[in-house]
Design a protein around this ligand. Sequence first.
Ligand SMILES: C[C@@](CO)(OP(=O)(O)O)[C@H](O)COP(=O)(O)OP(=O)(O)OC[C@H]1O[C@@H](n2ccc(N)nc2=O)[C@H](O)[C@@H]1O
Ligand SMILES: Nc1ncnc2c1ncn2[C@@H]1O[C@H](COP(=O)(O)OP(=O)(O)O)[C@@H](O)[C@H]1O
Length: 284
Amino acid sequence: MKIYEKAPAKINLMLDVLHKRNDGYHEVEMIMTMVDLSDRLTMSELPRDAIIISSQAGYIPLDEKNLAFQAARLIKERYNVSTGVHIHLDKHIPVAAGLAGGSSDAAAALRGLNKLWRLGISDAELRVLGAELGSDVPFCITGGTALASGRGELLKPLPNPPQCWVILAKPPINVSTAEVYGRVKADQIAHHPSARQMENAIRNASFTEVCNALGNVLEDVTLKLYPEVEHLKNSMIRLGADGVLMSGSGPTVFGLVSKEAKVPRIYNGLRGFCKDVYAVRLLT
Ligand SMILES: C[C@@](CO)(OP(=O)(O)O)[C@H](O)COP(=O)(O)OP(=O)(O)OC[C@H]1O[C@@H](n2ccc(N)nc2=O)[C@H](O)[C@@H]1O
Ligand SMILES: Nc1ncnc2c1ncn2[C@@H]1O[C@H](COP(=O)(O)OP(=O)(O)O)[C@@H](O)[C@H]1O
């Protein structure tokens, strides 16, 4: 038997850091949504007790460092599964980009293996398992749009934002999430974006209000470390995107665009100096 699962990328429409916790994580408030840029997982049962990861992408680990491997190992151990699985990852989401590619692969593996091994695990239980693998994995289990709090694992579902184009551009640098959080000075954040303002904008289905409510306190850290991210933001604004923000810990910058006619100019303008550019829709 084979199971296929899509693993979409996320963007953070707002991200605030409230304080550093005793366990080393940061208490956050984030509003996240999915975009139509996905990895594709194929999961095939193996009669022997093994987890094999393969991928067409030459730049991700295929051993126990792979988050899909960790997801398979976790579910196998927790539910005493004696057979194995071969997971093929058809990667499309850029890696270490702030788009949760690895977390979404882990979530898709948990969903898929629940079906492959007929375990009957509820989504709520899958989210609890997912939190052991990473703070963004619980959101990626259910997807949609949500307000995430705690370290990212406490989720309040929200309606989807008004449909629009999303231009994603990733400069050729890899950003470590741990390093970015490690440099945040939570008590010195000058401006905190408002989760309430973004939630209201989404509930009002107002594209303009969503653009006005965009904000990410991790930008201050990543833009200082990598000035090319700020350059990319400025280019996207100059080319006419309606709202522009860095996603997560970066370095991917996204631009929200309501009018399709504007998309080619922004896409082509960015492609002039950035290789990794995508024009996609929100996954609504
Ligand atoms: C910043 C965000 C925004 O969505 O995404 P990315 O930019 O990574 O996509 C997330 O908070 C990232 O979530 P995720 O990538 O799952 O992080 P984890 O694996 O749990 O943690 C990696 C490291 O980041 C730090 N970390 C993570 C989450 C959090 N709330 N506080 C933290 O301080 C910790 O140092 C941790 O060791
Ligand atoms: N299935 C996977 N896909 C991508 N990266 C993975 C995967 N499993 C483990 N990784 C590792 O996780 C790290 C973060 O990757 P990713 O999840 O793409 O970034 P981000 O958290 O910024 O969205 C990378 O260093 C990568 O080597």
